[in-house]
Design a protein around this ligand. Structure first.
Ligand code: SF4
Length: 244
């Protein structure tokens, strides 16, 4: 009865829920546990010798440091951010300090990085929102995502690095590697693609979710590159769906 009532009032939501569940079920059936395990083991062992050391990968990062790093990393080369981040954190080491910065000051500070002024505007909004909250995040994810800049990706980063949750940092690079290795995705927008979202959650479900996320990001930057993937030297080639 409840279901009928719900379906009557929200037919589209119910339909999309059913379609999504069918998609997720077919993904689980299509991709074997062994293939995921192969992918995880190979990348975790590769990462031990080849992983990149960045300032935001240091142990004991604070929520503030994680979020600022992720904001700076958006559409910016990791190497560029690695040089800039210590300077930024020295000038603004916490929510309290950044809460005193004007929008203009943030824009001037970020300009040499080649970031759009749009980003400093949003960073300013975030700093003011956190000032009002006295630097504290709400506990519920749905509430966190209402804070400026705290979209799906940055909220995942916060929950992964600060709360230790097994969540993927699904960006275009991770999407490319997953798509090539496991098979093509269905939708162009990775945020709403149930295939990719489900797959990404499954591959980071390991004893060390931080390392597997970093391994995937590094491997997609160094080996499974966008334009020229190094398939001949790839440790995943044996089972890669794109290398037949
Ligand atoms: S074999 Fe090529 S396409 Fe497949 S994961 Fe390796 S580098 Fe990427």
């Amino acid at each position: 009865m409840y279901f009928i009532h719900l379906a009557y009032n929200q037919p589209l939501n119910i339909l999309s829920l059913i379609v999504r569940n069918i998609c997720v079920l077919s993904i689980k059936m299509a991709i074997s546990y062994k293939k995921i395990e192969f992918f995880q083991n190979k990348l975790l062992s590769w990462f031990k010798d080849n992983g990149r050391a960045f300032p935001w990968r240091m142990p004991k990062m604070t929520a503030y440091q994680v979020i600022i790093s992720e904001i700076l990393l958006q559409r910016t080369r990791a190497e560029t951010v690695a040089k800039f981040l210590p300077y930024f954190l020295k000038k603004y080491p916490n929510w309290k300090k950044i809460g005193t910065a004007t929008e203009n000051e943030l824009e001037l500070l970020l300009k040499p990085l080649g970031l759009q002024s749009q980003r400093s505007k949003r960073l300013f909004k975030l700093s003011q929102a956190m000032k009002e909250r006295k630097g504290r995040f709400p506990k519920k994810r749905s509430e966190i995502e209402k804070i400026p800049m705290m979209g799906q990706y940055i909220t995942n980063a916060y929950e992964l690095f600060i709360l230790g949750k097994k969540l993927p940092l699904l960006d275009v690079n991770m999407a490319r590697l997953l798509e090539r290795f496991f098979g093509p995705r269905k939708l162009s927008d990775i945020r709403y693609d149930p295939y990719l979202q489900n797959l990404a959650h499954r591959v980071v479900n390991t004893h060390n979710p931080k390392e597997i996320n970093w391994a995937i990001l590094d491997y997609s930057a160094i080996v499974c590159k966008a334009k020229t993937p190094l398939c001949d030297d790839c440790i995943l080639s044996l089972k890669c769906s794109s290398n037949k």
